[in-house]
Structure formats: C-alpha cells, structure tokens
Design a protein around this ligand. Structure first.
Ligand SMILES: [Mg+2]
Length: 454
C-alpha cells in the first residue's frame, strides 16, 4: 500500500534523506521547510501522514502540530513528530499537543516505515468514512459529528498475565480511564465487552502469546475495529515491528513511562471515537436514505427497488408478489379543518396501525402524501385481500387522536390490491393496477378494498 507523506524539516538535507527513504518504498513525498509551509501544504495536499520536525525556527513542531490538530481541515491527518534526541519531555509534549507518534533522530528506517504504514492505514479508513459522511452532510441528512474529543474515561481491557505489572498499568490508567484487568473481565458480561474501547496487550506474557492474541483480536468480526496498544520490552524491536505489521495500532516500550502511557492511550481512544462517530453517522445516512422521515416507514425509492427485485425473482420461477396501495379518505379535509400538524398526527398513527398489521417479511412504505404501499412477497391475491381488509378494519375500528388535546377523529381508508404474476410485470405496471383498484374503491364510496387483476 502506498501513501502521500508530508515531510517537514528546516534543514534541507534532512528532508532529502527522508524523501529518498520514503520514495524508495514507493511513497509519494511532499516537502515543507517550515511550520508555516507545512500548515499550507497539509490543507491543500491532504497528505496521509505528516513527519514533523520539532526544532524549527519560527513555528516549531509543537506549535505547528497544535494548529494542524485544531483545524478541522487537517485535524484527522496523523502526525509523527521527529525529535533530535530521545528526550522524554519532547515526546510527552508532542503527544499532548496531539501528535500521533514520534521518532527520534537518527531515524530507524524500519521503524519509520512501519509507523508510516500503520498510520496511513488509519488515514485511508478515515478518509473513506469522511467521504461518505460528507455526502450525507451535503444532502442534509446528517448533522455535525458528536464525539468526546478528550479521549478520557474509556473502558480499557489490559491483557497482562504478570499480576504485579498488570496492577501497575491499571493504577496508572485509573487516573484518566476506566481500566480493567483480563482476570476481572468476566464481571463485564457481553454488553460490557462491547463497551471496551481499547485493548492493551503485553507481548511478554508467559501464559499467552501476545502477538498471536493481537492477530486473533484483529481477525474477529466483533473486535476487528478495536484499537490495540502493545507493550513491548525495550530491546525487542522485532516484536514491535511484527506487532505493527499484524495491525496493532501502537506500541509502547517497557520500562513503561507513565505519562507516555497515558498520552498514547488518550490518542488511541480519541481516534477510535472519531472513527466510530464517522461510522455511526454513515450508517445513519444509509438508513435515512431509505426511510420516510415522518413515519419511519421505508420510502418510495426503497420500496420500488425491492419490488423490482421481487418481480424479477417471480419471473425466474418464484412466487407472485402482492401489492396494496392504501389512501386515507378525505385527508385534505383533515388538513383544511385542523391544520397540517393534525394531518401529520393522522399520518403517523396510520403508519403505526399499518405497520402492526403486517407480517415481518412484508414491506410497508409511505408512497407520498397520504398514500401508503405494502409489498407482500410470496402472497396470493386472496391472501392479500384478507390482509388488506384487516388493515381497512383496523383503521376504521377505533378513532385517531389529533392535537395537544387529543381530539378524536374518525378516519377511514380505501385500499387497492394487485398482484405481480406476469412475465411482463415491472413495478410500474403492478403499482398502476393497484392504483386503478384504489380508484374503483374510492368511486364505490370509500372505506373499502378492491382488487385489480392483470
Ligand atoms: Mg530542525
């Protein structure tokens, strides 16, 4: 997999060196020689990862990072800070201003590439979700993303079989998070497991193989998207690389630095929540695209696509598909006499009765205005007539309630039924026959069910 990397350093040979290393691995490299330039290029070029030098005249790396993370246009781009020495203060400060990771000079090539790979994976995923989310936003079906940006109070599961070490990790995390040791995980129950937002896996366990476990977590549907932080002994660089290759999101060296642990955990939790918020909002978009907003029933577009598929199945030798169109009698009068809010009340209650009168496999939709369509797969006309009659009765049998004072109102409906059983049938023809039947029902005095054969 390839990606676009923005390399930022005030010393040109440093930039060229990193550029060469990354290009050798087929990454596309964009360069900047100051914090100011980096901010401009990040916004215009949308890189997948930013390698950011800490020590620069003018805007230094920390300030640049802070500004990139504060701007919604660039806040989602992963940043790796590059420090001159392995200075702990710099690392902590870097993570605190929002950097996703850091490397110290001289740069370990293999580690650099592993980090870039791991972070660009995350970027690809979030880009995909962001694109889909933006579509939903453009059509006004989703509002702004809501998620807790602080990255705190997350349920974290610690997989460490050395009890003393496990307890220590838990104690450190407890100041900001809600950590739990694996031995206590049974208390969680299935719902509690679903609430876990991060797993910390020790790779030096003696009773289990941490890397194997991480790979397993990655491969399971339920935990595929769960972030994992690996704890690796300082000298075991190969293990750290292997962990990243297996899809672990981040690792931290032992001996553990408490502040670094807290900072890395916070970053992972924040990223996880961002991705989950995107995912959820994309799901909502999908749902809204096929749902009628007032009633929660399926909308016309969805109904037509389903009917088309069912008719095609019928033509390949499947069962007939029955369809009904129900129309609320004298609905215009409700709006005229009681106002549109009362009209909406009637539509909503009608939908509820409609939905409760059908079988789970039937598809109830709002066709538009006061018209509803129900698609009944594998249903013969005589059965469809009975079902339609049951609906008609349930509407007429009890009054509707409108307005704040819950005024009672008698409502009836007329229903037209048709069946899709012809080789030439398409949604339009079947719906048209149902509509003709509905017209007859209206002509014959309303509050009745009529059928129309092909
Ligand atoms: Mg510098």
């Amino acid at each position: 997999m390839t990606a676009r990397v923005l390399v930022v350093d005030d010393v040109e040979p440093n930039v060229r060196l990193l550029e060469a290393k990354l290009q050798h691995e087929y990454y596309t490299v964009i360069t900047a020689f100051s914090g100011e330039q980096a901010i401009v290029k990040a916004a215009t070029e949308n890189p997948d990862v930013i390698l950011l030098d800490v020590m620069m005249p003018g805007l230094d790396g920390f300030e640049t990072c802070k500004r990139l993370k504060a701007d919604p246009k660039t806040s989602h781009i992963p940043i790796i800070m590059v420090t001159a020495l392995d200075q702990k203060e710099d690392r902590i400060l870097g993570l605190k201003v929002g950097a996703d990771d850091f490397l110290s000079k001289p740069i370990d090539d293999v580690l650099l590439l592993a980090r870039v790979r791991s972070l660009s994976r995350f970027k690809t995923l979030s880009d995909e979700l962001r694109t889909r989310e933006a579509v939903g936003r453009r059509f006004g079906v989703i509002e702004n993303l809501h998620y807790l940006e602080d990255g705190l109070s997350a349920r974290i599961l610690i997989l460490e079989d050395d009890n003393r070490r496990g307890e220590r990790i838990k104690r450190v995390l407890a100041s900001e998070q809600r950590p739990l040791l694996m031995s206590e995980a049974n208390e969680l129950g299935p719902e509690g497991h679903a609430s876990v937002e991060l797993m910390i896996v020790s790779t030096s366990g003696t009773s289990f193989d941490g890397l194997r476990l991480a790979a397993h977590i990655r491969s399971q549907t339920a935990t595929r998207n769960l972030p994992i932080l690996a704890i690796v002994d300082n000298h075991e660089r190969d293990k750290a690389l292997r962990a990243l290759e297996l899809g672990v999101n981040d690792f931290i060296d032992r001996p553990l630095d408490e502040e670094e642990l807290l900072a890395r955990v916070k970053t992972l939790v924040r990223r996880r929540r961002y991705i989950e918020a995107l995912r959820e909002s994309v799901d909502q978009t999908m749902e809204k695209a096929v749902t009628d907003q007032l009633t929660g029933l399926h909308n016309r577009r969805y109904m037509e696509s389903q009917l088309k598929a069912l008719l095609e199945r019928m033509q390949r030798g499947g069962q007939p598909v029955s369809v009904l169109i129900a129309d609320i009698d004298h609905f215009k009068r409700v709006n005229d006499l009681f106002g549109h809010d009362a009209g909406d009340d009637v539509i909503r209650q009608f939908s509820e009765r409609l939905a409760s009168n059908f079988r789970p496999r039937d598809l109830a939709c709002r066709f538009g205005g006061e018209e509803f369509v129900v698609i009944m797969p594998d249903t013969l006309p005589e059965d469809a007539m009975q079902i339609a009659e049951r609906l008609r009765h349930s509407i007429a049998a009890a009054p509707f309630y409108i307005g704040r004072n819950r005024e009672q109102l008698e409502v009836t409906c007329s229903v037209g039924v048709s069946v899709g059983n012809q080789v030439s049938d398409i949604p339009e023809t079947v719906l048209k026959r149902a509509d003709q039947a509905l017209y007859s029902a209206k002509q014959c005095g309303r509050n009745r069910v009529m059928a129309q054969a092909a």
